[in-house]
Design a binder for this molecule. Structure first.
Ligand code: PGA
Ligand code: ZN
Length: 417
């Protein structure tokens, strides 16, 4: 068995939106790993740059012309060395020279090649013997904001979280039922509803924010009742997309309403209370740590989660921890570039009582790596949609991991809710 890297191959493939993206193969003496990078649409301003100038073509060229030469001969199981070398080759603070997505694909493909060389699954290799907890699936049911356009709600995502389920499979089944029943209700409510779906496979309907929450809460209660466990709901406001910096207001086009920061706080607090939300992501724009902290102080049993706020960046998370801005953080590896950087952020989050939520991107591929990362790094929640190929790829991999673990498998601890 040897984990020495013998070759690295880069190619252009497509993501679920049909955008070009980079895919990397890492070949070691005894193994093989492959990873393709996803892409966000409502990106945080402090995410790393995805590609160098010249886009995916240029990134592929850079791998072929010199990055591969620098990495061949390294051991794929020296993850920190691999990721540090990627930073050194790049030399910038935000991967603008080689591209964060290039770093992402190399970092993940190399971890998978190491696992494969040892004859292990990725989650076993990264997490060890005690990685046996399955995350709860947080699934997008109704889409709005930048993910749906047209007449959809202003809030970007209406999410289901079956946090009472005793197995991953049951939890995933509950989400599928909620998604299906919400679709049926939307069709009944609006004869013109074409059953259209967004990039993440959630319904894109002509419906208001409050109406969407009414439908979601009624149906998740129903499904929870049928299944015999708690199914709750949450939202990703993606408030940076609503924020008008000039006027200092959140613009809700569908409602024809503008809310300043104080009104936004009251609005979100009301929603949490009225609909028993257990999860609220990015309720304020990405520089408003103070309003996040106000909200976190005023709520209980609800995950207040930062996505654009933190961008998987440990320095930004540290700033948030200091002011008690939240109690959960979205982890998107390609927001920061490498597995090592993401692990450092997850570790800081866990140490400080923040729930790390492993997440897909709206433009994703059928790669299932994040399913393994969620188990390996003990993330109690994974946000990866409910239907649509790229989403189901991760859900199905978690079903396989649960089966593989057998009696040792256990759902994560979400006692916070
Ligand atoms: P994305 O956003 O489009 O940047 O992937 C999804 C999200 O805001 O969680
Ligand atoms: Zn988000």
């Amino acid at each position: 068995m040897s984990t020495v890297i013998e070759d690295i191959i880069a190619r252009k493939v497509f993501n679920s939106r049909g955008e070009e993206t980079i895919e990397i193969d890492v070949i070691t003496t005894s193994g093989f790993g492959r990873a393709a990078a996803p892409a966000g649409k409502s990106r945080g301003k402090t995410e790393v740059a995805y590609y160098p100038q010249g886009g995916v073509d240029q990134a592929v060229k850079k791998v072929e012309e010199h990055i591969a030469t620098e990495l061949v001969g390294l051991n794929a199981d020296f993850q920190e060395e691999m990721d540090r070398t990627l930073h050194e080759i790049d030399g910038s603070k935000d991967f603008r020279v080689i591209g964060g997505n290039t770093a992402f694909a190399i970092s993940l493909a190399s971890a998978e090649a190491a696992a494969n060389s040892y004859g292990l699954l990725l989650f076993q290799y990264l997490g060890g013997h005690f990685a046996y907890e399955l995350p709860y699936p947080l699934g997008n049911v109704i889409s709005g904001g930048q993910h749906a356009h047209g007449k959809s709600p202003d809030i970007q995502e209406f999410l289901a979280l079956p946090h009472g389920a005793e197995s991953f499979f049951e939890a995933a089944s509950a989400n599928v039922q909620v998604h299906k029943k919400v679709g049926e209700t939307l069709r009944k409510k609006d004869k013109l509803f074409s059953s259209g779906k967004s990039d993440e496979g959630a319904w894109a309907a002509n419906i208001g924010n409050i109406e969407a929450l009414e439908v979601m809460s009624k149906i998740s209660e129903e499904v929870g009742g049928n299944m015999g466990f708690d199914c709750s709901i949450g939202v990703d406001v993606a408030a940076s997309s609503l924020w008008n910096e000039k006027e200092k207001v959140y613009v809700y086009q569908k409602e024809n309403k503008k809310r300043d920061s104080g009104e936004q706080l009251e609005f979100v607090l009301d929603l949490i209370k009225k609909y028993h939300l257990v999860y609220v992501e990015d309720p304020f724009h990405e520089e408003d740590f103070e309003s996040f902290a106000e909200l976190a102080k005023k709520t209980e049993n609800c995950l207040i989660c930062g996505d654009d706020l933190f961008t998987t960046n440990s320095e930004r998370l540290n700033r948030g921890i200091k002011v008690h801005a939240a109690n959960a953080i979205i982890i998107k590896v390609n927001q920061i570039g490498t597995i090592t950087d993401s692990w450092e952020t997850i570790e800081m989050a866990t140490r400080n009582g923040y729930v790390p939520v492993m997440s897909h991107r709206s433009g994703d591929t059928c790669d299932w790596h994040i399913a393994h990362l969620a188990v390996a790094f003990r993330c109690p929640v994974i946000k990866t949609g409910i239907v649509e190929g790229a989403r189901v790829a991760k859900i199905n991999e978690l079903i396989r991991i649960e089966e593989f673990l057998g009696d040792r498998a256990k759902m994560a601890d979400l006692r916070k809710l």
